[in-house]
Design a protein around this ligand. Sequence first.
Ligand code: F0G
Length: 563
Amino acid sequence: MTDDVLFFCQEFEALAGRRDEPGRYYQNRAYRNASVSFRNSTRHNCQKAAALLGTDGCPLHSITARAELVTKVGLNPFLFPAHLLPGCDLLSDSGTTTMTVEQWAQLLLGDEAYGSNEGYFELNEQFGVTFGEVWQQRFDAPLQTVFIFHQGRAAEHALFFNLARSLKVEGLKPLRQRLAGKTGDVYARILAEIERMERRVYASGQKWEEPVYLIPSNGHFDTTEANIAASNIIPLNLNCVEHRNNDEKFPFRGNINLVELGELLNTIPEHIPLVYLTITNNTGGGQPVAMANIRTVRRLTAEKRVPFFLDACRFAENAWFIQQREPGYQGREIKEIVREIFSEIDGFHISLKKDGLVNIGGALLIRADGLFVQRYPGLLEQLTDYQILTEGHPTYGGLAGRDLKAIAEGLRTVVNPEYLASRIGQVQRFAERLSASGVPIIKPAGGHAVYIDIDRFFAGISNEDTDYKGVAFVALLLIAGHRLCELGVYAFELEGRKPPRNNFVRAAIPRLTYEAQDLFATAEAIRLIYEHRERIPAVEVLSGKDLALRHFKSRFKFKQQKV
Ligand code: F0G
């Protein structure tokens, strides 16, 4: 090789090793497009949309028609037709994945036999490869330990509904009585959660029974929380101190608060049927949980013989953060880190619509030799019966045989380090772009989404909680053509709650779907709204304010600003 060629080789190598700067990229994506989907933009489709929705013009192309449609759907992004968005749909990273060609190939190979089909055996084997052999269903085992569901919340519902039926209440005082006289922040929060549940139950006209159990977590997702509460158990979030203090330097802001967890396990262990960690912590800003935190939760729960579960939706993204940030893990493979995480727990539920890299699917896996089975021996049988009544046999759980094969393939892809670096790198660049425009976001950014901090967004501007300006901001972005989601004062009913609180608007990035150009167009629209934030109007709630999970159902309208 000549000196000149060698010179260029070295320069190219240095270029590939550089970190991206705003507007410049030094690394390629880990994939290329194998198929694309044009937006629904033919003249015929536009006319059809306008006629169907009764708008003056096509909402895909005309801003005023889109504004009209946003008004018609009551400013609620969940009700806006997704195919009429010209920009990025960042409502959720769930089920919005673009599948790989290998996954599409697997769909064609699907075996549609009724239960125990080929896909199930493949997926079961893949569960063993991905999470560790103990998680695989043993075919000679008398009881089912692997339960397939059509999505995560169906698994949650099955678990909490059946768990609640197995729990005994005799001899246990209601939580409020049990905690009487106890001082401290964590007890005050439990009492506030009980009162919140009581208000909801009364508002819905149901019978109120004082709860005796609670399930602590680093951060329950909203459906998890609702499923726990619907089973008359108190869901409790114990964010770590660094999370509450907005400590940007702390690499694992998704951690659970070990001091508070330890205190509860010491004082009221008989009231805690299960401890949960959500990886990554979606409600708390998509932040990762450290291996050290997982290990300590294992130790604390094992001492009291309390089972420990994961909500494992984004397990691979969490493992990537451990590899990047936790001392001792830099040289370790993602696959190994995943197995280490899952060696610490008694069971997990997962929405495979995230790190399963599929459009539909979920599962509940219970370790046959774990504490959960020991503590609730009848529950596996109960779960099997329940599943047959609701989703079908546990070996397909409401999914087609082809879906099971696509999940197995997705689980093989998701631990690929190039994929994870590319995926999380994209989220981080989007975050940096917003931050460079001054938009206040949760830092460091999480793995699947960027969380805009609404309390700081409106700092210094009149913004009562009941103005719901986070909702207004999302509605304005819809008019601009991009869909985000309010996860704050309205979604979590935080009105009047003192900081620290999780008051966010979230931009969740679908996997393998958008390019930087798309995300940067969203960032520009957000920048524009941020620069004119004093003009963001308050909204009035037209309906749904007192409903559970109200953000999915409510309708709003913009208020006229007082001059
Ligand atoms: N747990 C977590 C941490 C989640 O993020 C979700 C869904 C679920 C459970 C429920 O799973 O949707 O399959 O029923 N999160 C989506 C989101 C909807 O947008 O964050 P599912």
